[in-house]
Design a protein around this ligand. Sequence first.
Ligand code: ADP
Ligand code: S3P
Length: 164
Amino acid sequence: MINEHLVLIGFMGSGKSSLSQQLGIALKREVLDTDVLISEKVGLSVAQIFEKFGEEGFRMLERNLLEELKSLKTPHIISTGGGIIMHNNFRGLGKVFYLRANFEVILERLSAYEFQKRPLLKDLQKAKELYLKRQVLYEKNADFIIDANGGLQKSLEQVLEYCL
Ligand code: ADP
Ligand code: S3P
């Protein structure tokens, strides 16, 4: 069993938060979600933080949180926001699993509510460009690549295969 944080990365809607919950149950490990932690700390939703402090404000909170997560003494499962790999201090956080899902699959998956939670999905043309740019970074930062185009159970089995 891997004795460091298990870190899920991938584009918005690839299933990081959902899968992290399942992994927590399967591996009996505590789960943390960077978006949730930031939101709780500031007392605002991610969308509200973007509105009030801009993307730069959100990124600063994300960068600071990475340091806190690195200093935790016990290994957790960490679900991350899709932009986490932009930070230099992301390196060294733990074993990284990239949930790779096609852009079209992600769009079909997300409800209107899920869209509205994610400010960077407002403009679909820009979101597609971001997806293409990010793909390279996710691959570069990944220890393992998970095919996340299918159901959650399928993704879960792949991750467990790597870490058990
Ligand atoms: P992320 O944390 O990567 O942004 P979420 O876990 O929040 O993604 O998932 C976004 C939405 O897609 C949720 O409504 C979730 O129920 C759904 N979802 C996630 N993974 C899958 C999957 N493998 N198959 C179908 N729907 C999924
Ligand atoms: C972002 C992804 C979001 C959230 C914020 C920015 C990104 O998290 O952190 O809206 O830059 O890709 P999810 O990947 O959980 O949607």
